[in-house]
Design a protein. Structure first.
Length: 290
C-alpha cells in the first residue's frame, strides 16, 4: 500500500497538476524512490469532510502561512514532501481549498508518528502539526481555491478503485494462511476453502477490470458501483473466513489476526459512504419492480 500510495501521489497529483518546474524538481526523485510524497487531507474529529476541515493557509507577502493539524497521513513518517489541503478563502459561503507542497523541513512543520494506530504497520501513518508553517507561493499545486474539486473529491474515487488491488492480494494471502491449518479429510472445510478461492479469483478479475476502466477514463457512478461491489465482496469474504476460524476450531494464528485487522481497515475506509449508496440502490430496485 505504501508503494501504491507513492505512485498514486506521483501520477495523480504531481504529474497531473504540477507546474513544469514542480515536475522537474520532484518527479525524477520520486521515480527513483529517493523522495516519497504523502497527501494530508484528513483531520482530527473531521475525517476528510470538507465542511469540518479547519486547517488554513493565509497569504503573507509572497508566502502562504499554514495553521492546523492533519492526521492519518499514509507514508507520513517516511515522506520528504507533503501535499497539504488547506482553506485559502471562501466562495459563495463555502470554504475554498488549495493544495500546497510542504517540504518536511519547512519551518513550523512537526511530524508525529501515529503510534495509537495499530494496523497497517508496514504502511506508516503520521500526524502533521502545522504552526505558522511557511511555504512560498510557488508551492501551490494546481489552481488556488480548487483543491477539493481537483484533489480531495476525485482522489477518494481513484483510491477506492486502486485499493481493490490491495484487497485482492490481501484476501489471497489471508486464504493461503488460513489453509495452512486445515485438514484435508474435512470435506466441508475443503469445499468452503474452494469456494473462497473462487471468490478471490473473481475479486482479482474485478480489480483488474476496475484498473482498466480507470485508465480508460471511467469516473462517477459506473466506477462507484464496481468499487462498491468489490468492498462488499471483501466484507462477505472476511465474515466467511471468520466462520471457518471459529467453526472449525483452527489454531489461533497471530499473523492471521493482524492481516485480518489490516484488511478490515482497508475495506471499511468508505463504509459510511458505501452504506448510503447501498441504501439508495436498494430503494431504486424496490421502486423499479413495484
Amino acid at each position: 500500500m505504501s508503494w501504491t500510495a507513492h505512485n498514486l501521489m506521483s501520477r495523480f497529483l504531481i504529474a497531473r497538476l504540477g507546474t513544469p518546474e514542480q515536475q522537474a524538481a520532484l518527479l525524477p526523485a520520486m521515480a527513483t524512490g529517493a523522495l516519497v510524497t504523502a497527501v494530508a487531507i484528513s483531520e482530527p474529529d473531521a475525517g476528510a469532510h470538507p465542511k469540518l476541515l479547519r486547517t488554513t493557509a493565509r497569504r503573507d507577502g509572497g508566502d502562504y502561512v499554514i495553521d492546523g493539524t492533519k492526521q492519518w497521513v499514509t507514508n507520513g513518517t517516511t515522506a520528504g514532501i507533503y501535499v497539504v489541503l488547506a482553506i485559502t478563502g471562501e466562495q459563495d459561503g463555502r470554504k475554498a481549498f488549495s493544495a500546497l507542497l510542504v517540504p518536511r523541513d519547512a519551518p513550523g512543520l512537526r511530524v508525529e508518528p501515529m503510534t495509537e494506530f495499530t494496523a497497517l504497520h508496514s504502511s506508516p501513518h503520521a500526524r502533521l502539526h502545522l504552526d505558522g508553517c511557511r511555504v512560498p507561493h510557488a508551492a501551490l499545486l494546481g489552481a488556488e481555491g480548487e483543491g477539493f474539486e481537483t484533489i480531495g473529491r476525485p482522489l477518494r474515487e481513484v483510491e477506492d478503485a486502486i485499493n481493490l488491488g490491495a484487497l485482492s492480494g490481501g484476501l489471497q494471502a489471508l486464504l493461503r494462511r488460513l489453509a495452512r491449518g486445515a485438514r484435508g479429510d474435512d470435506a466441508e472445510l475443503v469445499d468452503t476453502l474452494g469456494g473462497l478461492q473462487a471468490q478471490v479469483d473473481g475479486m482479482a478479475a474485478l480489480a483488474q477490470a476496475v484498473a482498466v476502466a480507470l485508465d480508460a477514463g471511467t469516473r462517477g457512478e459506473p466506477l462507484h458501483r464496481l468499487t462498491l461491489a468489490g468492498r462488499a465482496w471483501a466484507r462477505q469474504f472476511q465474515s466467511q473466513v471468520e466462520w471457518v476460524r471459529k467453526g472449525k476450531g483452527l489454531q489461533e494464528d497471530a499473523t492471521l489476526g493482524r492481516w485480518t485487522q489490516d484488511l478490515d481497515v482497508i475495506v471499511n475506509l468508505s463504509r459510511r459512504i458505501d452504506q448510503g449508496r447501498l441504501h439508495r440502490m436498494g430503494e431504486a430496485l424496490i421502486n423499479e419492480v413495484s
